[in-house]
Design a protein around this ligand. Sequence first.
Ligand SMILES: Nc1ncnc2c1ncn2[C@@H]1O[C@H](COP(=O)(O)OP(=O)(O)OP(=O)(O)O)[C@@H](O)[C@H]1O
Length: 331
Amino acid sequence: MITIDGSYGEGGGQILRTAVSLSAVIKEEVTIKNIRKARPQPGLKTQHLTSIETAALMCDAQVEGLFPGSTEIRFSPVEIKGLNAEIDIGTAGSIPLLVQCIMPAAAHASGNVSLRIKGGTDVIWSPSTDYLENVTFRALSRMGYRAHLKTISRGYYPRGGGLTELSIEPSGLNAYDYTREDGIVSGISHSSRLPGHVTQRQASCAQEILEREGYECEIGTEVTQDVSTGSGINLWSGFKGAVSIGKRGLPAEKVGSMAAGEMLQDLRSDAAVDRHLADQLIPFLGLAGSGSFTTAGLTEHTSTNIWVTEQFLDVKFGTEKKNGSVEIHVR
Ligand SMILES: Nc1ncnc2c1ncn2[C@@H]1O[C@H](COP(=O)(O)OP(=O)(O)OP(=O)(O)O)[C@@H](O)[C@H]1O
């Protein structure tokens, strides 16, 4: 049995997601203590509960300690099967973070994973569903990972209710050395239950900033009347992306300029992948057993995910400074 201190390093929900999924892959029971201990509301939130429940469903796991606010769980996996199910997070809890919890295990399943998931598609402190599809899954496909996430309708905080369709096929993971692939910046400026000019203003502002700096852009707009009210803009290029979410009182131009500013910072860097993708790639690099990428800097999310991954897999990550970036590798 493996025991993980959930308060280690960054101390957030990601420790939980990586630990649960890798425990399923190696079929070894894990106990996670001190879950989100230093967060203002410690323990499991709705998003984490539904994520663990979904992972448990996939691998017939028994789970102890699964309740809101719980700071310790024991996850005992059996075999990872395919799964065809409808999952409702019930709040604006992040759909991409739920998916993050089952991604490594799904590659090792005996069948396909097809889920219709309801929840938040564009919420703060999380990849958006567009980011997951266009940045994370695009990057992982280089290692042979086969997954798609289709956004059917958007779910914003606090109401959520967005709908997505996830499909993951089992696959082996091959080693891959990521190099910079920045090119045209693509994007989508979206809103629900707001006047159409909001998406236009978000998109125009982002486009103007990026084009002024010499980057070609193609940003689409999407105006809907979904269950929840909100707006945002997602940009991506190569293995880099930027997510910006609107909120009451924040001008649409500011939402657009924040995304463009984040994207520019990444595009100006010689690194191959952005800092968010960096932490998300770690368990997969570990499972592939070899591979590398460069990123602008080592975040606490990344170093913590390296630590968790090394607790489960027989791999050792290395980091090395390279021309203003950091190379992270497994050899
Ligand atoms: N703007 C963003 N774009 C892409 N990915 C993001 C973005 N913001 C956060 N992420 C990713 O979302 C994940 C967040 O993990 P984290 O542990 O902070 O989440 P959590 O479950 O909400 O936990 P906690 O509330 O404890 O922080 C990380 O993989 C991080 O890289």
